[in-house]
Ligand binder design. Structure first.
Ligand code: PXG
Length: 464
């Protein structure tokens, strides 16, 4: 960025205006006001710039979404064209708009074969709310109105609306607003580092899936409507399930006639090197939630892929489904999604992730496991996580009160790379288009940040 461009922004004034009126999501407003927000002003490729002119490698793709990178003219042009042609019309009352028709059609080509019907929302949270209502409606239509309970997992993230936060397994979210709502049960997550030390991955996979069977039997299969999970948990800290977990979950759902829902908001649209995460992990969901990568985050859009089993009942026997949003099938959002998916196909981005970007990320990220602070490092597609530990030999954790992950995150930002901290798990999910050279740069910056974090930890006496 040129000096002139930097001089465009008065960061301190912007920070004051920001904290005067703008309530940020998941933020302590008072603490932010004292510190001042980092104001991001521009993006290009895998980089963003802040108002002070710092160039930062975006290891989190915005928020798990800018999969094709910043500055893609095709997406901008698609939005501009659609805005001029028809900025909005609704899809209620027997009307439709062209981009929504085309997008639903194109989605049949990139989703697994059981999906031929799509419902559009504005976000992943609304997608999951839609699924809860749709699944409950399905069991009513099927003459089993008592089959209404959803089983989800602790430390899952399914969004922030009342229903999605209830499906999620974040205690700190449930504490605010008296959640979860009734009819939702949680089982433990398949996190081997926490729950399966000393077991083989395969044995732990079976054990973790077995928690679902136990819960179904406890509730009574005749009352369980569906199981929902993220193929790989994202916001929970990139929790990669052990091999065999999802195929066993599938077997259990089939056995007890429980619908299987994949929340593909992060894993959809190429992140694991397949169009959807369920394909990579080898299971066949009845419904999928999508959002984020469908437009590479250029404009809000989410939705539900409805598998044949549920679609058939809803369409042939359901009558009106009394659910939807003003902007369901918004023409501009759908036009951007179309341009994004076409671009991904034209550039072979999903294949490139599978054959090139993900294996390279893996080989470089796993090198970080030799660092004295790192207890374990793992990747799955373009998602990666590592645990910072107090003692590498015993894998003893730091006291959470010392917030070592946040110290590390601060160094990352200052060094020019965005990495997220979930407790002491450090995670990345870079744009799918990241090159080898950019991956090298990213890993170098992370290593430097780990070294600086280690210095801090030693200086503060936190290793002792
Ligand atoms: N499902 C999953 C798997 C998600 O990751 C949602 C649903 C909700 O989507 P919307 O569009 O309603 O936000 C998400 C969102 C984080 C973080 O801290 C992750 C998300 C959102 C906010 C923060 O990593 N994921």
């Amino acid at each position: 960025m040129s000096v002139n461009e930097t001089a465009k922004f008065d960061t301190r004034a912007l920070q004051q205006r920001d904290s005067a009126h703008y309530l940020h999501p998941f933020t302590d407003t008072q603490a932010l006001a004292a510190k001042g927000a980092r104001i991001i002003t521009r993006g290009e490729g895998v980089y963003v710039w802040d108002s002070e002119g710092h160039k930062i490698l975006d290891g989190m793709s915005g928020l798990w979404c800018v999969n094709v990178g910043y500055g893609r003219k095709e997406l901008v042009e698609a939005a501009t064209r659609q805005m001029s042609e028809l900025p909005f019309y609704n899809s209620f009352f027997n009307t439709a708009v062209l981009p929504a028709i085309e997008l639903a059609e194109l989605l049949t080509e990139v989703t697994p074969p059981q999906f031929k019907h799509f419902f559009f929302t504005n976000s992943g949270s609304e997608g999951n709310d839609t699924i809860l209502r749709m699944v409950r409606r399905y069991w009513d239509i099927m003459g089993q109105p008592q089959k209404k309970t959803f089983i989800a997992r602790h430390n899952a993230y399914h969004g922030s609306t009342v229903c999605a936060a209830s499906l999620g397994g974040m205690d700190y979210m449930h504490e605010q607003g008296d959640l979860p709502i009734p009819g939702i049960a949680h089982i433990e997550q398949p996190y081997q580092f926490m729950h399966g030390q000393g077991m083989t991955a395969e044995a732990f996979g079976l054990k973790a899936a077995g928690w679902l069977e136990e819960k179904i039997l406890e509730i009574g299969a005749e009352k369980v409507a569906a199981f929902i999970g993220e193929p790989v948990q994202g916001a929970g800290g990139v929790i990669i399930p052990p091999p065999g977990y999802w195929t066993e979950i599938q077997r259990i759902c089939d056995k007890y006639d429980v619908l299987l829902v994949a929340d593909e908001v992060i894993t959809g649209f190429g992140r694991l090197g397949t169009w959807f995460g369920c394909e990579y992990l080898g299971f066949k969901p009845d419904l999928m939630t999508f959002a984020k990568g469908v437009t590479s985050g250029y404009i809000p859009l989410g939705g539900v892929a409805v598998g044949d089993r549920v679609a058939k009942a809803l369409i042939e026997r359901g009558g009106d489904f009394n659910h939807g949003f003003t902007y369901s099938g918004h023409p501009v959002a759908c036009a951007v999604a179309l341009a994004n998916i076409r671009l991904m196909r034209r550039e072979g981005i999903v294949e490139r992730v599978a054959n090139e970007a993900a294996p390279y990320l893996r080989s470089r990220f796993l090198e970080l496991a030799d660092h004295p602070l790192v207890g374990q490092a793992e990747t799955c597609g373009m998602m990666a996580g590592m645990v910072l530990v107090r003692d590498k030999a015993t894998l003893a954790n730091f006291d959470p009160a010392h917030a070592v992950g946040m110290i590390c995150r601060g160094h990352c930002f200052d060094n020019g790379v965005i990495m997220r901290a979930v407790g002491d798990r450090m995670i990345i999910a870079p744009p799918l288009v990241i090159t080898r050279t950019e991956t090298d740069t990213m890993i170098g910056l992370i290593r430097r940040s780990l070294d600086q974090t280690l210095n801090d930890v030693v200086r503060l006496g936190l290793r002792g």
